[in-house]
Design a protein around this ligand. Structure first.
Ligand code: FNR
Length: 363
């Protein structure tokens, strides 16, 4: 379909499923085991209701905010999604260029072409963060970080929810159809190849200290899944955390990031309030597909949300740069419109009173 037929984030997914090879579709879209996390994330957003306020003169609406102190045109950043070339040969370069044009930060994956990504920037001041799988070999990890620093990376997000590769049955089934007998994670799928040698099951909180000594950039932990670890991350001086279960690709049935956020609201609310939130930001990712999803997470105290798979899907079918621009335009329209409908003119006005979480909490 031509791009003007694409009017929602979900529309891109339908096109991608038809366009991608079975192996690529499995790699991009699947999760671990029964893929319960993936459905859960979407279902929980639907169980949180908005409490719109009226008669508040909601023009103009500004979605502008800051992410780690850097300006962002919306409380959204593009999350790291492994290998982009199955969606488009220039995936990472396009993401770099378009995020610059759109004023959003880009979290580039460990295994992506970092030099090309920086060359493809559309503005010298755009913000690109490094996602880090901290190699067992500390020298290799430090070299990667220092190279990204020299290129101009603005933060390091260390992924902490994947000490080992999970079991991805859809990858296995594609392999089986090709005559290869595997039971992941020892199988031969793309997921395995992409993270080969990068995962480190021996990581501990000491490695966060090591990382903070290795770089002067803000350090964020990506993949926090409990209030306990959120508190520990803050105590260890992290600049932020991403509440994430890796888009359902690591431990299946791990609680949804939005439930982790509710845990933090209940047991460590100070993490979401001033003065801590000026120096320690809480981000979320997993299943963000609608403006209202974004609005709810921000209202509950998150500083921004990450979007993963939809970005890959938007590049498919030769949509390339125009596809990603349209995806961001769709999200921007939804966030702006829904903020006005909820009675909020600015990101600061997205407060907890704007949502009712009773049904989600009863789960
Ligand atoms: C990922 N994700 C990921 N995360 C990370 O820290 N490093 C990585 O290399 C990857 N690779 C990757 C590949 C693919 C194909 C996907 C779909 C995801 C996880 C990603 O950053 C993010 O946490 C989730 O994708 C967010 O969920 P949604 O938006 O995809 O639902």
């Amino acid at each position: 379909p031509t791009l003007n037929n694409i009017v929602s984030v979900a529309d891109f997914e339908k096109v991608a499923e038809r366009y991608l090879s079975p192996a690529s579709w499995a790699y991009y879209s699947s999760g671990a085991d029964d893929e319960i996390c993936i459905d859960d994330a979407r279902r929980l957003f639907s169980k949180i209701a908005v409490r719109p306020r009226i008669l508040r003169a909601v023009e103009p609406v500004s979605t502008a905010t800051n992410i780690l102190g850097y300006p962002s045109s919306m409380p959204i950043y593009i999350s790291s999604t492994g290998i982009g070339k199955y969606a488009h040969p220039d995936a990472e370069k396009i993401i770099s260029s378009v995020t610059g044009q759109e004023g959003l930060p880009y979290l580039m994956p460990t295994g992506s072409p970092h030099e090309d990504i920086f060359k493809a920037r559309s503005r010298p001041d755009q913000k690109i963060f490094l996602q880090l799988y901290a190699n067992r070999d500390k020298k290799k990890a430090a070299d990667l970080i220092h190279k990204a620093e020299r290129l101009g990376a603005a933060a390091v997000f260390m992924t902490v929810d994947t000490p080992v590769l999970s079991k991805r049955e859809r990858d296995d089934r594609v392999q089986a159809a090709a005559g290869v007998d595997t039971i992941s994670p020892t199988g031969g799928g793309v997921a395995k190849v992409s993270s080969l040698g990068l995962l480190n099951p021996l990581l501990t909180w000491d490695d966060l200290k090591w990382l903070q000594q290795t770089t002067k950039l803000p350090v964020v932990l990506k993949g926090i899944q409990t209030v306990e670890d959120a508190v520990l991350a803050h105590a260890h001086g992290a600049s932020g955390i991403v509440l994430s279960n890796h888009g359902g690709r690591s431990l299946d049935t791990a609680q949804s990031p939005i439930l982790t956020l509710l845990e933090i609201r209940k047991y460590a609310p100070q993490l979401l309030e001033k003065p801590i939130r000026d120096k320690f930001q809480v981000f979320l990712d997993g299943g963000f597909r609608r403006g209202t999803d974004v609005l709810k997470a921000i209202a509950l105290g998150a500083s921004a949300v990450g979007v993963g798979r939809p970005v890959l899907y938007s590049l498919c079918a030769d949509y390339g740069e125009e596809g990603l621009k349209r995806l961001i335009q769709i999200l921007r329209t939804e966030v702006t419109t829904n903020m006005a409908l909820a009675g909020a003119k600015s990101v600061e006005e997205l407060v907890p009173e704007l949502v009712n979480t009773e049904r989600a909490e009863r789960e």
